[in-house]
Design a protein around this ligand. Structure first.
Ligand code: IMP
Length: 437
């Protein structure tokens, strides 16, 4: 049985796109289980690049089943736009291999409006720096039990009355934020053209995924965002609104946790964060600039420059714990080339003393969690042609081993460049041994 969860071990943007793409080749079924169009990953179509926000990465592989699980929030305009873009590029198989959980919630225009107004009107220091895609308000509706689910599209009169109830609750909020609420008719008008495209794609996704696992198909759960943005385990309140961690794969796809066989965490060789919130190893010097420029650290959904910093081992150990990581995929090691000295956070000084655990509750209190760094030697050689660990310069090999030793998680893969072949594959959970990328 191979049911493999791929999860971001940091604040998102760990380079999941490339890693998921490599493993997708071995997967029969690819499932997204959390988040919505706030995610962004790059698909390569021939020589062109396409950033998708909702479609699972497996969509380009003819014959692979792609599922949007019920833990997601789906904006139908974005989804249909992505499908149409792929159809325009000649990928005619795309629509038939996509299935949408009838229990997934919809992101509607009033969610986007509220998200945007809140971010725009937040007092100094209070904005979360969201992607303004309506994610938070859509999940708010889900837990307030007034959300609209994809299955509601089947019955127009039920849909109309549910939208009316949700809007009734949002109207005073929108007014207080200085906005103008859309009417029920306006919301319906945005949905109606999409309905005939979506209805045939609705499915009991939980059963589909469970059947696939039982039939010993190779199932990959594609995480979105990252551990430290998880609603429960992230740096709350500077988090997204869904369960980004590996446990979210069970909840968000509707299978039992014991069906999952392997969890792989993806971490960059350094750290980045977009949006507001604590980032203890953040750099604002030449090294930070190097990481942003060489690593092309600009948001794929919003284009915002990402904050950059040194790798945080306590954060990685925390991710190992809350996700149950079996292995690590270490990305963007090549970006460190040219830095003379590398620093890695190995512990924190807190009011209770030194700890190698992530003191997550102290992170946003100035002076209460001071990172303790160790310095390692950098390297100047290009890594892009390296395909086995032994070819890495000694300092880079030492850096990789340091991360493995200190995090306590075996390294399954090392990425040394953006291209698919710029990869050192050490262990592939779908085939049980190294396989050429
Ligand atoms: P939201 O998910 O749009 O509500 O944004 C909440 C926080 O999560 C903000 O700090 C965003 O920048 C961050 N965020 C959401 N999605 C991603 C992602 O895919 N990568 C990195 N950060 C993200």
């Amino acid at each position: 049985m191979s049911a493999v969860v791929i999860v971001g071990a940091q604040w998102g943007d760990e380079g999941k796109g490339k890693i998921v793409d490599i493993y997708t080749e071995f997967a029969d079924v690819v499932v997204r289980y959390a988040g919505g169009p706030n995610a962004g990953h790059t698909l390569v179509v021939g020589d062109e690049k396409l950033v998708v926000r909702l479609l699972p990465s497996g969509i380009l592989r003819e014959g692979s089943t792609c599922i949007l699980g019920q833990g997601m929030v789906i904006d139908l305009d974005v989804l249909v736009g992505e499908i149409d873009e792929l159809l325009r590029r000649g990928r005619t198989h795309v629509e038939a291999q996509l299935w949408i959980s009838d229990r997934a919630h919809l992101v509607l225009p009033y969610h986007i409006l509220v998200d945007t107004l809140r971010e725009g009107t937040a007092k100094e220091g209070k904005a979360l720096g969201t992607t303004k895609k309506g994610i938070g308000p859509a999940y708010e509706d889900k837990v307030r039990r007034v959300g609209i689910r994809a299955g509601d599209l089947k019955d127009k009169s039920k849909l109309t009355s549910k939208i009316a109830s949700a809007l009734e609750a949002w109207e005073p909020v929108i007014k207080a934020l200085g906005g103008e609420s859309p009417t029920v008719a306006q919301v319906l008008a945005t949905l109606e053209p999409r309905i005939p495209r979506i209805l045939p794609r609705l499915a009991n996704a939980s059963k589909m995924v469970d059947d696939a696992v039982r039939a010993k198909k190779r199932v990959m759960f594609e995480g979105a965002q990252g551990t430290l943005l998880d609603i429960d385990h992230g740096t709350y309140p500077f988090v997204t609104s869904s369960s980004a961690v590996a446990g979210g794969a069970a909840i968000g796809s509707g299978i039992g946790p014991n069906r999952i066989s392997t969890v792989i965490g993806i971490t960059k060789a350094y750290a980045t964060r977009v949006g507001a919130g604590p980032f203890p190893t953040e750099l604002e010097d030449a090294s930070g600039k190097h990481l942003r420029e060489v690593g092309a650290e600009f948001g794929s959904v919003t284009g915002r420059p990402r904050r950059t910093g040194w790798l945080d081992i306590p954060a990685l150990r925390y991710a190992a714990r809350v996700n149950g990581l079996d292995g690590l995929a270490l990305t963007k090691v090549d970006v460190l080339t040219g830095l003379d000295k590398l620093r890695v956070c190995v512990a924190y000084d807190t009011p209770e003393g030194r700890t190698d655990d992530l003191p997550i509750d102290y992170l946003d209190e100035p002076g209460r969690a001071i990172p303790v760094f160790e310095e390692l030697q950098g390297w100047s050689e290009s890594l892009n042609t390296v395909r086995v660990l032994e070819q890495l310069p000694a300092a880079a090999r030492a850096y990789v081993r340091f991360i493995e030793d200190r995090s306590g998680v075996p390294i399954y893969l090392v990425s040394v460049g953006p291209r698919r072949d710029e990869t050192i594959m050490l262990h592939n959970p779908f085939v049980g041994r190294a396989a050429a990328p």
